[in-house]
Design a protein around this ligand. Structure first.
Ligand code: ADP
Ligand code: MG
Length: 246
């Protein structure tokens, strides 16, 4: 069975306002998938809706032939940084260790095996020097890497990231994208909300272009063209992007 993520007829409404309407898309596994669209397009809503963290008016998402609800342990979600409670006193290694909890069940505490796994994951993202630091002491890029380590400790097959590069410097962004590409090569599937359109071709294998509705989805070479971008962002985008096409 393939490990694609199948999203059918997903409609999400806040009070009376429809944020996403009848989204049908199959997200291919083991790819870096960019979620693009203007502000308010429903990108964050899409990630949360797929994971059923918010109620959907209609639709479903399926993974390995089961509703996502039954497969949640295989998914990790890193929300937008400004929404994360950084004042909470917890150090880096304990954040990563949290990733091992879903598999442990209700009663068991993490033991030696889990601690070793957490350390390995922290090593993978190059953050062992910070193991004992409070998360409030980290830069934005470092924090993102710690959350990725937590997702790895969870042994997630899919990682969803909401604007992981927002507010981080160019050097950290470069480290991050190299890490994400490495994880992709190792078989992890990722959906990433992103808004710097200049990097799209370099960063992503496939893109999902949203503006309340699905504008287009597929391999970046097919979807990231001027017509589609105009549909999602409006005419002004042409100037900015200098993409080929009509
Ligand atoms: P994006 O991430 O693409 O900027 P969002 O998914 O955050 O867009 O939001 C899509 C639309 O839904 C926006 O118009 C936003 O104002 C609205 N929205 C988002 N979250 C809520 C909420 N919790 N309650 C009401 N409206 C919301
Ligand atoms: Mg958003």
């Amino acid at each position: 069975m393939d490990k694609n993520l199948v999203i059918e007829n997903l409609t999400i409404t806040y009070k009376n306002r429809t944020a996403l309407e009848a989204i049908d898309v199959v997200v291919k596994e083991e790819q870096l998938t960019g979620i693009l669209g203007p502000n308010g397009a429903g990108k964050s809503t899409f990630l949360k809706g797929v994971l059923q963290l918010i109620p959907a008016l209609s639709g479903k998402s399926t993974y390995l032939g089961q509703p996502i609800k039954k497969r949640l342990k295989r998914f990790a979600y890193v929300e937008q940084r400004q929404n994360i409670e950084l004042a909470f006193p917890i150090n880096v290694i304990d954040v990563v260790l949290l990733g091992t909890y879903p598999k442990l069940g209700m009663i068991k505490r993490p033991g030696k095996k889990e601690k070793q796994l957490a350390w390995k994951c922290l090593e993978k993202v190059g953050m062992t020097d910070f193991a004992q630091n409070q998360i409030s002491e980290l830069s934005g890029g470092q924090l993102q890497r710690v959350f990725i380590a937590r997702a790895l400790a969870q042994e997630a097959e899919w990682i969803f990231l909401d604007e992981p590069f927002a507010g981080i410097d160019a050097a950290s962004e470069k480290i991050m994208i190299q890490l994400l590409k490495q994880l992709r090569d190792e078989g992890i599937s990722m959906m990433i909300v992103h808004h710097d359109l200049h990097k799209v071709q370099d960063y992503f294998d496939q893109v999902i272009l949203l503006n309340r509705e699905l504008i287009a989805a597929g391999p970046v070479a097919e979807v990231f063209n001027l017509d589609n971008m105009k549909q999602a962002y409006g005419e002004e985008i042409a100037e900015m992007l200098k993409l080929g096409g009509k």
